[in-house]
Design a protein around this ligand. Sequence first.
Ligand SMILES: NC(=O)c1ccc[n+]([C@@H]2O[C@H](COP(=O)([O-])OP(=O)(O)OC[C@H]3O[C@@H](n4cnc5c(N)ncnc54)[C@H](O)[C@@H]3O)[C@@H](O)[C@H]2O)c1
Length: 435
Amino acid sequence: MPNRREFLKTVGGMSAFALAGRPAPAAPRAAPLETVRLGLIGLGERGGFHLRQLLLLDGVEIKALCDNHAPTAREHLDYAEAQGIPRPDEYSRGDEDFRRMLQRDDLDAVVISTPWGWHTPMAVHAMEAGKHAFIEVPAAVTLDECWQLVETQERTGRHCMMMENVCYGREELMVLNMCRKGLFGELTHGEGAYIHDLREQMKDTERGTGAWRTPHHEKRNGNIYPTHGLGPIAQYMNINRGDRFDFMTSMSSPALGRAQYAKDNFPKEHPQNQATYIAGDMNTSLIQTAKGRSIMVQWDTTTPRPYSRLNLIQGTRGMFGGYPHRITIEGRGETHEWQDLEPYRAEFEHPLWTRVGEEAVRAGGHGGMDFVMMWRIVYCLRNGLPLDQDVYDAAAWSAISPLSERSVANRSLPVDFPDFTRGAWREREPLGIVS
Ligand SMILES: NC(=O)c1ccc[n+]([C@@H]2O[C@H](COP(=O)([O-])OP(=O)(O)OC[C@H]3O[C@@H](n4cnc5c(N)ncnc54)[C@H](O)[C@@H]3O)[C@@H](O)[C@H]2O)c1
């Protein structure tokens, strides 16, 4: 039996409510909406892109736009109007003006694309105000925030989805389809990553993504952006729907690349040269699931190297790996060599891509995955269907960050994942996206 101190350490930020052991309800099925009436909070690089894509979809009304930077809000209001829709209402009176927007009774849902620290407070307030919450990645920064999302979703019955767009990538949905059809046999191991040289963002000092993202490298050491690589692997493995993340251990490399970049690119007295970067250039975490499967998750946005999400899954009958794509399946060819992927593509293209793939590629957005995600979200809302990612996924996938920080700070000590489903993962049905 753990003593009280160990117990409190294991449950981390879990609140008294969470500890009460109330069974988690089934995935919410909100009433179908003929038209999805939306407000957007945060209209920077990502929010602006969501707006442009939402304007392409049928059955969507953009009612309100909120950004604490008034010129940014107005630029997007002008854009929306120029696309021929009635001018949405403006909310740009500072950091808390989103609350005024959420008082409206003509919004069904909000899309939140603000800096990370705002995600949970905004989503919680949105659900409390009766709106479905769609949050950019990661949904939460601390374990306490993960629990806040879970508890608020359960209490309000509103949807809470973290919009992990990579789960809608063409390859990722094809591989999900392959997993569901048993092509890899019993799954044993997966690898996901976010390896993307983003040092350029250090040049955003006043506004823009780097202005708020770079300071995270000065305060945190772990995997601070885990969900792009992990989300698809979690879906392949039915995490929260038959399996769950059990525990994790994490290790960071030295933090050298950002200081080197600052030295090479900014004057000596520039703030980027005064800063101390503590986030290891490469973080590697290893997760064990309740079924004993292993998952490696990496994060590196600092090293000069080509982009990769790894996207590797293997089982008793073969494996698929991304970057570059490789497949080998027993019974379909020689397994000591890579097999031709093309016949597999023809056989396992995911129905969502068959249906909207062409339109998605035309609309753009990370090769079309962003469009497929938005299309699917609107489809589910209009048909009263559960969403493909729910609040338990948002919490479990986001929890990697605080747990990795804790493990790194303690010589890679294993750390337990909270069971955000409170045991319901055993009975919850695997994702029905393929059927
Ligand atoms: N899924 C993806 O592929 C992907 C890609 C890029 C960014 N993102 C995520 O999207 C989010 C936004 O990133 P970004 O690159 O667009 O950043 P950004 O800095 O370009 O945009 C953020 C916007 O939020 C606004 N904002 C900040 N605080 C606010 C507040 N209190 N109220 C209203 N508006 C506020 C800012 O003025 C800015 O316009 C982040 O969570 C990021 O991780 C996801």
